[in-house]
Ligand binder design. Structure first.
Ligand SMILES: O=c1ccn([C@H]2C[C@H](O)[C@@H](COP(=O)(O)OP(=O)(O)OP(=O)(O)O)O2)c(=O)[nH]1
Length: 152
């Protein structure tokens, strides 16, 4: 079993009675998180869905907000900013931005599992500004420079 990291969580008034984010299986990487509100997501629309809680993530970590594959595949419900970033110094309500990519209304009930949260370590970069970068075989090639999507 991986180590667990304590993360402080504060329920907000409208979050009382809801399930806390939880790992659905022993090997799950993400905790399923539930909606704290009822809403109908119309085709093509987006909404920042409240979860009813705020967190204090330890320094050196972030929480990533990721879509659930079942909702994406069956209903076209995704997280347009995936993975959403919850910073360790953020103290507001954790929200899940959802987008409805289907042609049908998608009703969300309070308590429905809408996304998953992954606690992840953060590595900070320190820029080292230089005049020249080391040469590589790729060079400036990118954005399809190695060919299309056919096999190599
Ligand atoms: O899916 C998300 C993404 C962000 N946040 C919260 C936590 C995060 O720490 C804060 C800021 O997010 P981000 O840095 O992605 O937003 P921004 O558009 O750059 O806004 P800001 O200028 O407030 O940083 O908003 C959420 O609750 N859910």
């Amino acid at each position: 079993m991986p180590d667990t990291i304590p993360v402080k969580l504060k329920r907000l008034p409208h979050g009382h009675g809801l399930d806390l984010p939880a790992y659905a299986t022993g090997g799950a990487a993400g905790m399923d998180v539930v909606a704290a509100e009822n809403i109908v997501l119309r085709p093509g629309s987006r909404h920042a869905v409240g979860t009813g809680f705020a967190v204090a993530i330890p320094p050196g970590y972030e929480i990533q907000v990721r879509p659930r594959s079942g909702l994406a595949l069956k209903h076209g419900i995704s997280v347009p900013n995936a993975p959403g970033t919850i910073d360790s110094d953020y103290r507001g309500e954790l929200k899940v931005i959802l987008v409805n990519l289907s042609d049908d209304n998608f009703p969300i009930q309070r308590g429905d599992r809408i996304a998953q949260l992954v606690l992840a370590p953060v590595t900070l970069a320190a820029w080292d500004e230089v005049e020249d970068l080391d040469a590589t075989a790729r060079g400036e090639g990118g954005f399809g420079s190695t060919g299309g999507h056919g096999s190599l």
